[in-house]
Design a protein around this ligand. Structure first.
Ligand SMILES: Cc1cc2nc3c(=O)[nH]c(=O)nc-3n(C[C@H](O)[C@H](O)[C@H](O)COP(=O)(O)OP(=O)(O)OC[C@H]3O[C@@H](n4cnc5c(N)ncnc54)[C@H](O)[C@@H]3O)c2cc1C
Ligand code: FES
Length: 260
C-alpha cells in the first residue's frame, strides 16, 4: 500500500551524533510502509511557513512505528529542525520517492556506497538485504565518522576519508579499488554529485548495474512544481522531453538512464 500523508508526528528522540549531524526519530504509521531509499519532507518549526526539507529515511521500525532520519545542518531549515526535542510535534510529508530496488540484489555481491550525508539512506538498504555478500563503502571527510557501527550489524564495512585520518585516503571508489577481492555485481549509492558521476562511469566501464540516489533542491516533493528535474537518456512518453522528476520518478535511478 502507498502511504502518502501530511501529518503531525511526535519526536521520540533527537541527538547530535557527530559535529553538526543529528539523529532524529519520530513516531508515525508510515514506518510500517517505508522502503529503503524513500524520503520524507520535514517542515522546520517556524512561524514563517517554511517549505518542507527533504530528508532520507535512515531506518524504519514497523513494530515501534518509528522512522529514523540522520541529517547535517546545512542552513536555516535544518538548523531549526535540530532544535526539536523528544515530545515536540513536527509536520511531515511522507512517504516520498521510489526507493532502491533491493529485490534485484538477491544472490549477488552487493556494494553499497555512501558519501557524507548520503550515508544514512544506505543503512536502511543494508538492513533490508538478507544476503551474505554485502559490502558497505562509507566515505567521510575525516575521522569524525557516524553510523559506521550501525552498518557493521548488516554488512562488511570499508571506510574512506578525504584527509586519510581513517580508512583509505580518498573516496569510496578508492576504497573499493583497494579491496581487490570485492567484485561488485550490483552497486547502490547515495552521495554528492561528483561521487555519483564517478560511480556511473565506473559501473559503465565495468558493466555493473548501479542504482544512484540523486539530490536536488525540492519545493513540493510530489511532482507538481517541476523544481527537481534531472536529464534522462530516454524521452518521457507523455511530455516527449528528456527530463524526469527526482521527487516522484526518483530519487533512485538506474545510473544508465540519467545524465549527470
Ligand atoms: C531526496 C533527498 C534526500 C535528502 N536526504 C538528506 C539526508 O538524509 N540528510 C541530510 O543531511 N540531507 C539530506 N538532503 C539534503 C537536505 O534536504 C538539505 O540539506 C536541506 O533541505 C537544506 O535545508 P536548509 O534550510 O537547512 O538549508 P538551505 O538554506 O536551504 O541550503 C543551505 C545550502 O545547502 C544547499 N542545498 C540545499 N538543498 C540541497 C540539496 N537538495 N542538494 C544539494 N544542496 C542543497 C543550498 O544550495 C545551500 O548552499 C536530501 C535532499 C534530497 C533532495
Ligand atoms: S519538488 Fe516539486 S516536482 Fe519535484
Amino acid at each position: 500500500m502507498d502511504y502518502r500523508k501530511k501529518e503531525t508526528t511526535v519526536v521520540v528522540s533527537q541527538e547530535e551524533i557527530s559535529d553538526g549531524i543529528f539523529d532524529l526519530r519520530v513516531k508515525t504509521e508510515a514506518a510500517g510502509y517505508a522502503k529503503p531509499g524513500q524520503f520524507v519532507g520535514l517542515f522546520p518549526p517556524s512561524d514563517g511557513h517554511l517549505l518542507m526539507r527533504p530528508i532520507s529515511i535512515c531506518e524504519s521500525d514497523a513494530e515501534s512505528k518509528t522512522l529514523r532520519m540522520v541529517y547535517r545542518i546545512a542552513g536555516d531549515g535544518t538548523k531549526l529542525l535540530s532544535g526539536l526535542k523528544a515530545g515536540d510535534n513536527v509536520e511531515m510529508l511522507s512517504l516520498l520517492g521510489n526507493g532502491f530496488p533491493t529485490g534485484e540484489a538477491v544472490g549477488k555481491c552487493i556494494v553499497l556506497m555512501g558519501g557524507g550525508i548520503g550515508i544514512p539512506p544506505m543503512l536502511g538498504v543494508s538492513k533490508s538485504l538478507q544476503e551474505e555478500n554485502v559490502h558497505a563503502f562509507l566515505g567521510y571527510r575525516n575521522k569524525d565518522t557516524f553510523l559506521s557501527e550501525d552498518f557493521r550489524k548488516y554488512a562488511n564495512v570499508h571506510i574512506a576519508s578525504e584527509d586519510g585520518s581513517i580508512g583509505v585516503k580518498g573516496n569510496v571508489l578508492d576504497a573499493l579499488t583497494a579491496e581487490s577481492e570485492v567484485k561488485p555485481e550490483i552497486i547502490m549509492a547515495c552521495g554528492p554529485m561528483p561521487m555519483l558521476r564517478a560511480i556511473k562511469k565506473y559501473a559503465e566501464e565495468n558493466q555493473i548495474i548501479a542504482y544512484i540516489s540523486l539530490e536536488e533542491r525540492m519545493a513540493c516533493g510530489v511532482g507538481a512544481c517541476l523544481g527537481c528535474v534531472a536529464k534522462t537518456v530516454n524521452k518521457d512518453a507523455h511530455s516527449h522531453v528528456n527530463n524526469t522528476r527526482i521527487c516522484t520518478e526518483g530519487p533512485v535511478f538506474d545510473a544508465r538512464e540519467v545524465e549527470i
